[in-house]
Ligand binder design. Structure first.
Ligand SMILES: [Cu+2]
Length: 159
């Protein structure tokens, strides 16, 4: 919130570049998308992850119906489900973003799975992901690549 305030005042240049890359906020319609991040990969054989925080400030429910990115041939939405202590990741056809609520794609829950990776993701780099919303339409967000063992976005003030 502080960052968007500063950006609005034209003071964004005073913030460290790293913080901006990791914690870009994009608003479209009633949605605020923030803290998009992924993890570095070793080669391209295994899929990469995509995590993000979506805040719905409106009075109408929305729905995330898919994601697209130039770094992966088949990006998908997944859910993490525990059954008898065994985790599985079924495909999620869409993710509900209820009015007035914040939904996070995060480790252990809903997440993006970037299948058919086109390039290795390197720590410190970033890449664009387009989120497709039923009501708000497509929204692109710059996604920070964090180290292999990262467990959360590197921004302290994620909603
Ligand atoms: Cu998955």
């Amino acid at each position: 919130m502080l960052k968007s305030l500063l950006a609005g005042m034209g003071l964004a240049v005073m913030l460290p570049a790293v913080a901006l890359a990791d914690c870009a906020e994009v608003s479209q319609g009633q949605l605020l998308i923030s803290a998009a991040w992924s993890r570095a990969t070793i080669g391209t054989a295994r899929p990469a992850v995509f995590y993000v925080t979506i805040r719905n400030n409106g009075s109408t429910d929305d729905r995330l119906t898919g994601i697209e990115t130039p770094v992966a041939g088949m990006p998908m939405l997944h859910e993490t489900v525990m059954t008898d202590g065994v985790a599985s990741m079924p495909h999620a056809s869409d993710i509900s973003i209820p009015a007035g609520q914040t939904v996070s794609l995060a480790p252990g829950g809903y997440h993006g799975m970037l299948m058919d990776l086109e390039e290795e993701l390197k720590d410190g780099e970033s890449f664009p992901v387009t989120l497709k919303f039923e009501n708000a339409g497509p929204v692109s967000v710059e996604t920070a690549v964090l180290p292999l063992r990262a467990r959360e976005a590197a921004c302290g003030d994620a909603p």
